[in-house]
Design a binder for this molecule. Structure first.
Ligand code: BYC
Length: 328
């Protein structure tokens, strides 16, 4: 091995002509607002942060099925039950599109799944809170899916093709979810005193956690600046949170309910919504695995995975049997 001299020190860090060309092509595609596709060269850090974000997003969809699935058998009518079942199935579909998008970046689904089940991967903080009443189905649809739409519509323009395209369909379905949640709350708000109280209690519990879905404040968000430069994220966490607060501040009036935030107001001077200081210590505890439902959610996911082993085996056996045949 050649000795390192002052002349050749750091030589390996100098990019080759081909690397420079690849980087220039990547930069040009980002600059032109074009899409990066799986076949394209991309910087390792771009691949890594996308795998992180897309897989966390997929995990959120899959874990996010639990709080609502928990209410399917207790839905107050057959119609409500079938709507809720369809919604929960939609979330499973979202998870599958997103795992497929993540796989195009080179990490197999089994590995992503292991990261989730072993507790190494993050998923959205919101799903570590319990769904205590039927009104929570309304609050989750209105606030949680509402926050998801505000966050995800700009992701339809994410620079990575498979992610952006997956988001288009997901957003269409999320719009339906948000309306069904709002409609549940509207029905309760026009009901008995006990039903109104139940709706208000659900709104009170989900308000702050839904604002936290957008992530930490901009100055504490380590990934935002680079993700925005790469046009994965189009707006910062605080910008999207602002947009969402403005939306729900108006919609809550239609419900005849209130948001649990005495400080909430629109500041004409800055053109910004002022809301109460969110409890970021609680947020950090939840994303580190210490929220009220973290261990329950992960245990339930592992159990479902174990119970599904026979389905995976049967599907693999079927695929092997017909691998080289024209029988469908
Ligand atoms: N919860 O630098 P930051 C749904 C993490 S599911 C947990 O700002 P980034 C639905 C973040 O990952 C919708 N972790 O990060 C399903 C990072 O950690 P690492 C889920 C969070 O990525 C079923 C660290 O904190 N939506 O709608 O630039 C039923 C620093 O943050 C959270 C998505 O996944 C959080 N809330 O921005 C009903 C949207 N926030 O990885 C409904 C896609 C931050 O550095 N994701 N962290 O260790 C995104 O848009 C972005 O990843 C985020 C965070 C805005 C969430």
């Amino acid at each position: 091995m050649a000795a390192t001299t002052p002349q050749n020190a750091g030589l390996s860090a100098v990019p080759s002509y081909e690397q420079e060309q690849s980087q220039a092509r990547f930069d040009a595609l980002i600059e032109q607002d074009s899409r990066i596709e799986p076949r394209d060269w991309m910087p390792e850090a771009y691949r890594k942060t996308l795998t992180r974000q897309v897989s966390q997003h997929a995990h959120s969809e899959i874990i996010g099925m639990q709080p609502e699935a928990n209410w399917i058998t207790r839905a107050p009518s057959l119609k409500r039950k079938s709507i809720l079942m369809a919604k929960v199935q939609d979330e499973a579909g979202h998870g599958l599109y997103l795992y497929s998008a993540a796989e195009t970046l080179g990490t197999p689904r089994d590995e992503l799944n292991d990261q989730l089940m072993s507790g190494r991967a993050k998923y959205s903080s919101i799903f570590n809170y319990p769904a205590r009443s039927w009104a929570d189905m309304g609050a989750i649809g209105w606030l949680v899916d509402g926050a998801a739409i505000a966050n995800q519509v700009p992701l339809c323009r994410a620079s990575y093709g498979p992610y952006g395209r997956a988001m288009v369909r997901i957003c269409k379905e999320e719009s339906f979810h948000q309306r069904q949640g709002f409609e549940i709350l509207l029905a309760l708000s026009r009901g008995t005193e006990a039903q109104r109280k139940m709706a208000q209690d659900a709104i009170n519990r989900f308000y702050e956690p839904s604002l936290m879905m957008f992530g930490p404040p901009d100055e504490q968000s380590p990934n935002s600046a680079q993700s925005m430069a790469w046009k994965i994220k189009r707006f910062s966490n605080d910008e999207l949170r602002q947009r969402f607060v403005g939306m729900i501040a108006e919609q809550v009036k239609v419900l005849g309910m209130t948001l649990p935030d005495p400080e909430l107001r629109f500041d004409e001077e800055t053109g910004r919504w002022i809301h109460k200081e969110l409890n970021w210590d609680e947020f950090m505890a939840v994303i580190k695995g210490n929220g009220p439902m973290n261990s329950h959610r992960l245990e339930r996911r592992r159990e479902a995975h174990r119970e599904g082993a026979w389905v995976r085996e049967a599907a693999a056996a079927y695929a092997r049997k017909y691998e080289n045949s024209e029988v469908a």
